[in-house]
Every structure is written in C-alpha cells, then in structure tokens.
Design a protein around this ligand. Structure first.
Ligand SMILES: Cc1cc2nc3c(=O)[nH]c(=O)nc-3n(C[C@H](O)[C@H](O)[C@H](O)COP(=O)(O)OP(=O)(O)OC[C@H]3O[C@@H](n4cnc5c(N)ncnc54)[C@H](O)[C@@H]3O)c2cc1C
Length: 483
C-alpha cells in the first residue's frame, strides 16, 4: 500500500465522486490552502438530467459528459484519480481503493450518489434496466431501437405487438421524460423508416403506483402532464402497482401487459459506500448527516448529494437533485476552509431554485416557489436552463445544435444500435413475396395506399382495406386506439 501522507504539505482533501456534488466541492476548493485528490471510478462527469435524451437517441453520450481530468485541468493542486473506492478507515483517515491502495486525507468529502432500487426484486433488473449511467442509457437505446428492427422481421402479430410495447415503470420526472420521448420517436422520427410495421402503432405505457404522475409537483401541473402525455400517445396508468416483470412482460396484479421492453424509473437507493462509513443511514441507505454536512463524531468527514440525508424546511429530507448536490459541495468546501482557519462550521441552508420536467418536445412543467408554469414557455425555459448548466462550452454548442436539428427535422441523430444483435432479432420467416412464403405482410395500421405501393415494389398484391385482416393484422384496432 502506498502511503501518501509523507508528500502532503498542506491539508489534503480527498473527494470521492466526480458527479455534481464532488465536482462542485473540488471547484470550490480551487483557491483554498489545500491539495486535493478527486477519485471517481469513471473518467467522466455525467450530466444526468439529459441522460434520457441519450436513451432515446436524441443526443450522444459525449454530448452530455466531460472528462473530469479536463474539467479540473487548471486546478494545479487537484489530482484526479480514476479508481473505485471500497471502504474507509476513519480513525486512520484513509480511503481504501479496490486496487489495494490507501489514500490518506485530512478532510474527506464523500459524494458517490445513488443507484437503482428494485424494491426487493433484484430479478427485475436484467429485464427492466434503470437509467443512471451512460451504459444504462445506451443499453435502453439499444433495446428500444432493436425492438423496432425485430418487429420488422416478426410475422406473429402477438409477438410483434409485444415487441412494439414499451413499459416505463415510475412516473417521476425521468419516467415522464422517457415515455414522452419514446412515444414521439415512434410516431414521428421513425414513422417512414419501416416497410412491414407502422412504428406509430407502438404502445408506450407509463405505469405509476401512486395516484398521479409527477407527484412531487403541484396537482394542477401533474394533471396537465398526464393530459400532455396522453396527447402525444402515452398510455398513462396511475394507481397501478407492478407485481411482476419478466422477459415477456409486466404484471399489474391480475393484469398482464405483454411487452419485450421495460424501463425502470421507479426507485433509487444510496450508493453502498454510505454504509461503509459505519454511521447511521436512513431506510434507503443515505447517510444521516449533521446540519453542517459532516457525519456524527467526525467533523472532518462530509457526505453530500444523493448519498446524504438531511432534513429540509418542513422536516422533509432534501430531494435527490443536482441543485442540492451542487450547493452542498460548495458548502462542504467552505466548511473545510473554516476548519482550517479554526472557525466554527456553519449549517447548510438549501436554496430551492425550482424544478422542472419536459413532456415531449413542446411541453414542460416548472415549479419555483409560488411560480408555476406549464406548456411551451416552460419547455423553452427548460431548454435554456439545461444548456446553461451543462458542463463545458463544447457540450453546450453540440447540444444546442442537436436540439435545433431534432426540432426542425423530427429526426434523432443518435439512432445507433451497438453490440451483438443476432440473438435478439426475431428469426425471419420466408422472405416476403416468395411464392410459397404465405406472403402475409406484416404491416400494422399503415394506410393501405402506402402498403399497396410498397407491395407493388416488392412484387406483391396488397389486399384492400376491407380484406386487410392479414395485411393490417390484429393490431390495427390497437393502432387506432393509440392514435
Ligand atoms: C436520469 C436522471 C435524471 C435526472 N434529472 C435531474 C434533473 O432534471 N434535475 C435535477 O436537479 N436532478 C436530476 N437528477 C438527479 C441528479 O442527477 C442527482 O441528484 C445528482 O447527480 C446527485 O449528485 P451526486 O454528486 O450526489 O451524485 P452523482 O452525480 O450520481 O455522482 C456520483 C459519482 O460517484 C462516482 N462513484 C460512485 N461510487 C463510486 C465508488 N465506489 N468509487 C469511486 N467513484 C464512485 C460515480 O461514478 C459518479 O461520478 C437526475 C438523475 C437521473 C438519474
């Protein structure tokens, strides 16, 4: 094990986590009389609020990430280490890495965030990925886009319908944003791209156990959000508690929704490192911190962001949002300066600047104190604020350019399916148009005239609308219901 104590001349601060909290702490220590080491198991900072846009092919991962080393390039007293932390020795003031190395500190800030929680059903995780990392987002994107490809080659109408059914579990901001975006891609971006299916007939179901979507928002805003979602084609199911998820679908009590694509946006739990600190945690594993953000018995150790549990106004825990993490990062850094100067630490006061969520490409809800906004103006405010808070000038330019392109063309620039796909693509039957191939075309709800043109191009005869049970398949009514 390497002991770094011998190299430390000024107090040394170790920051674990390069997310919103860790990064804002590191930046706030820029001019402090300390040296610092920021440790993250990833080499990049991720702007999670736009992760759903990567999952739905609007943006690429590089648009919403920035290398931590690059962000802190000009802070010469700050070292960046890409490493995984596995535990702490608080009495000896050491941070233990999985590599076996130990980092010594005088002050420690832990900001390792949160991860998905499946409410005691870990078996749901492989079939219902959550959205937290770049890998999660590209996996969700992969599954979403692959479902259309597999449906294009699927001859069985029931299997095709299951492939084109997307269930999002949890109607908080992430679930609402994902579902809205999925419905719009299917109905607009991909509508002309397939020959055997109608992507617009895809079913996007947003399932929420509670009585309303966006339950943290004002009731009127959440009712507006539900209406706006329905308008863009999302089937909103509130008061529906998911009782089972497997590779073939989702169960809500007795009801079964056949669906090959499920996304989990329902629950989070704190990073396991919270428990490794050996101090009390709440029921989701968040560390119960003191008002100055330190942990009981260790004024030199701070826990911030999603990993921390601290009561806000009204006795409710502060929400797990970027603003809290950012403000706590700055506050922890300021308290470290005070400790160095021998001054007492101060309590953290959260300044709530409001919250917002988008619903598709033209609507959003926004709540800031007594100010409540919805619709197009809220959506424009959402765009401006998110671009403003993105880390890095390059990212801001890239994201604005992509958004302008997406808005004007309805197209999604990042429709990339990566990785091996062979096993996931449904085996094709006989090619359409082969004499003995029961050439039962596979379109769903597509206008007959377009089908006729396509069929002619493929050397087939398209049945008329009236005789189109086989042509339109059993999904036609479903398509009608959706639209
Ligand atoms: C999809 C999504 C959308 C969101 N949208 C919004 C929004 O619109 N507005 C908003 O305010 N908030 C939003 N949030 C919440 C916001 O992103 C979080 O509150 C914020 O990221 C918390 O910051 P943090 O620093 O505590 O943790 P994070 O930003 O999650 O950072 C944790 C860091 O710790 C690192 N780490 C974890 N474990 C280890 C380890 N063992 N060793 C080393 N490094 C480790 C991780 O790699 C990561 O870089 C969203 C979150 C998600 C997932």
């Amino acid at each position: 094990m390497t002991d770094q104590t011998q190299f430390i001349k000024v107090p040394h601060v170790v920051i674990v986590g390069g997310g919103f909290g860790g990064l804002s702490a590191a930046r706030a220590l820029r001019k402090a009389p300390v040296s610092a080491t920021l440790v993250d198991r990833r080499n990049h900072h991720l702007f999670q609020p736009l992760l759903y846009q990567v999952a739905t092919a609007a943006l690429s991962p590089a648009d919403i990430t920035a290398p931590i080393r690059g962000i802190l390039r000009k802070q010469r007293a700050t070292e960046v280490r890409m490493a995984e932390v596995q535990g702490f020795d608080l009495p000896a003031r050491r941070v233990h890495l999985t590599s076996g190395e130990a980092l010594a500190y005088d002050y420690l800030i832990v900001a390792t965030g949160a991860t998905h929680a499946y409410f005691g059903h870990p078996e749901w995780e492989p079939v219902a990925p959550g959205l937290k990392t770049v890998e999660d987002a590209t996996e969700i994107r992969r599954r979403f886009l692959l479902a259309f490809e597999a449906a294009e080659g699927e001859r069985d109408p029931e299997k095709r319908a299951a492939l084109l059914t997307f269930v999002v579990v949890g109607a908080g901001p992430t679930g609402v944003e994902l579902a809205g975006s999925m419905a719009e891609i299917a109905r607009h971006s991909m509508i002309r791209d397939f020959r055997n299916i109608n992507p617009g007939s895809a079913r996007v179901v947003l399932v929420e156990g509670g009585p309303r979507v966006l339950s943290a928002y004002d009731e009127k805003l959440s009712a507006y959000a539900a209406r706006a979602l329905t308008r863009i084609g999302v089937e909103v199911r509130t008061g529906a508690i998911v009782t089972g998820i497997d590779a073939e679908g989702v169960s809500i009590g007795e009801e079964r929704i056949p669906a090959r694509n499920v996304v989990w946006a329902a629950g989070v739990t704190a990073s396991p490192l919270g428990k490794a600190l050996g101090v009390p945690t709440d029921r989701v594993g968040r560390v119960m911190i003191r008002p100055d953000l330190s942990i009981p018995g260790h004024p030199e150790v701070f826990v911030i962001g999603d990993l921390a549990s601290l009561e806000g106004p009204g006795g409710r825990p502060l929400p797990g949002v970027a603003q809290v993490a950012n403000q706590q990062g700055v506050h922890a850094a300021n308290n470290i300066r005070r400790l160095i100067r021998g001054e007492p630490q101060t309590s953290f006061r959260y300044v709530d600047k409001g919250s917002m969520a988008t619903i598709g490409r033209r609507a959003a809800v926004m709540e800031a104190g007594r100010v409540k906004m919805k619709g197009w103006f809220a959506w424009v405010a959402w765009l401006v604020i998110h671009v403003f808070f993105l880390v890095g000038f390059r990212n801001r330019i890239l994201v604005m350019t992509q958004w302008a392109w997406n808005y004007l063309t309805w197209q999604r620039g990042a429709r990339l399916i990566t990785g091996e796909t062979g096993a996931e693509l449904a085996p094709r039957g006989k090619p359409i148009g082969t004499p003995e191939g029961h050439s039962e075309p596979m379109s769903e709800g597509r206008p007959a005239s377009r089908d006729a043109a396509l069929a002619a191009a493929q050397g087939q005869t398209a049945p008329s609308d009236g005789e189109g049970a086989g042509w339109m398949g059993g999904d036609r009514s479903q398509a009608g219901n959706r639209e």
